[in-house]
Design a protein around this ligand. Structure first.
Ligand code: ADP
Ligand SMILES: CSC[C@H]1O[C@H](OP(=O)(O)O)[C@H](O)[C@@H]1O
Length: 400
């Protein structure tokens, strides 16, 4: 690969993305390159470059100096592109089967050039269309156990962990999560976004002092606990899949935080599907939640027993204590994700896409109720059935 040094920052266009691709020598001389900007996320440009002769493609993701969804009024650090590229590289070393390959990254241009995953589908989109992704939970359980264990104090030497925590210090992106996941949805502030029909429920939520206290504790945990290098935004819009393959993209929110945050966000996004499905399709989502946790704990346990570096790894009861903490945290973080994606700034299509208003409102009320229960009742719940039974409650089941 013929890699050239790049110049100072400028936003790419479809034309300049092709020129850059040629400069990088990622295709052969005879390639006939086409480019389309396909970004559908909140923050960045994503250019899809294909060679119409070989049908091969690459992706160039570029951070803008502001949040794309809001515009220039919301400046945002370009450093997130470096965090994303480095996280992809590190997670790719730990489990290459679940992470796209990074071909090139340029800090000044804030770009990451990576493997084209267009043969797969974003799982949120696929789920909404009725897909089941039979191996998704097995793959994500393994992905989380490997990335989280191997970047934790249980697996790496003290100094290395501290260096990584500094390298992945990500204050601006963490602030987004602190505001939009852990703060704003619990208060009457302008950034919240919900239908008038939900107002009574939302006011109850804002006045629920027990909920506020538990949300405050979860926020504190997110801010202060440097347990492992998290993906930081592990929802079904950050996962590509098909029947047999799974790839996790978009770790620009990566930072050292509590392990249960990744686990809980993934659970919550499976639950949005459970809330919107019925019958055996709904059961399938509960099964995904259960398998995720089973595979996560099995894999984490094996890694702990075989590769644990921490002096107390062999101390009876310590691993069980750690897994119990991760589970309780995950329930609480899942609750926050359910609430923020329902009434906060950034929604999910699983709920917003329900066309029938009465059904959409009922689904959103169920998500809010489930979120509140998970946050308030998470303590001492030792089994994954707690999260499943919460959403299965008849009062939370929507009659579609
Ligand atoms: N490696 C890839 N291969 C194919 N498409 C991709 C790839 N990465 C991103 N995309 C497309 O771009 C969209 C936005 O990417 P994402 O990384 O989620 O951006 P953002 O950080 O702005 O949310 C994805 O939903 C997907 O459609
Ligand atoms: C305006 S940032 C809000 C929201 O966007 C990120 O999601 P996505 O991956 O869809 O771009 C992240 O979840 C932030 O909380």
């Amino acid at each position: 690969m013929n890699q050239q040094p790049q110049s100072a920052y400028e936003p790419l266009s479809e034309g300049s993305a092709i020129l850059l691709t040629k400069k990088l020598g990622l295709f052969n001389e005879t390639a006939s390159l086409e480019c389309r900007e396909i970004g559908d996320g909140n923050l960045n440009y994503v250019f899809h470059i294909t060679d119409s002769n070989s049908r091969k493609g690459i992706i160039i993701k570029q951070a803008l100096p502001f949040a794309k969804v809001i515009g220039e009024a919301w400046p945002l650090t370009l450093k997130r592109a470096v965090i994303e590229a480095n996280a992809l590289k590190l997670f790719g070393k730990l489990c290459p089967e679940y992470v796209p390959e990074v071909y090139y990254a340029d800090e000044e241009l804030a770009i990451t050039v990576m493997e084209d995953l267009s043969h797969l589908t974003i799982t949120r989109t696929g789920f909404i269309e009725g897909e089941s992704y039979p191996l998704l939970s097995r793959h994500i359980g393994e992905y989380m156990a490997k990335t989280l264990f191997h970047t934790s104090d249980f697996a790496i030497e003290h100094g290395r962990k501290k260096e990584l925590a500094v390298q992945f210090s990500n204050p601006e992106l963490c602030k987004i999560t602190e505001s939009f996941v852990f703060t704003d949805p619990f208060f009457d502030v302008e950034s919240n976004d919900f239908e008038e029909e939900l107002k009574a429920e939302v006011v109850l939520l804002w006045n629920d002092s027990e909920l506020q206290l538990e949300a405050a504790k979860l926020k504190k945990s997110f801010i202060t606990e440097q347990e492992a290098l998290l993906h930081g935004d592990l929802h079904t819009g950050s996962i590509f899949a098909c029947e047999t393959e799974t790839k996790v993209i978009d770790p620009e929110f990566a930072f050292y935080g509590p392990i249960g945050f990744d686990v809980g966000q993934f659970f919550a996004n499976l639950l949005f599907q459970a809330i919107t499905r019925k019958g055996k399709d709904r059961e399938l989502m509960f099964k995904h939640v259960e398998v995720t946790w089973d595979v996560f704990t099995e894999t984490f346990r094996t890694l702990w027993e075989n590769e644990g570096m921490e002096a107390f790894c062999k101390t009876k009861g310590y691993l069980d204590y750690i897994l119990q903490k991760i589970l309780e945290d995950a329930f609480g973080f899942a609750g926050c994700e359910l609430i923020r994606r329902t009434i906060g700034l950034s929604h999910v299509k699983d709920l917003d896409g329900i066309e029938n208003t009465a059904e959409r409102i009922a689904a959103k009320k169920a998500a809010l109720q489930a979120g509140k229960i998970l946050i308030k009742q998470r303590k001492n719940k030792t089994d994954i059935s707690f999260i499943i039974n919460t959403v299965k409650k008849p009062a939370l089941t929507v009659n579609y």
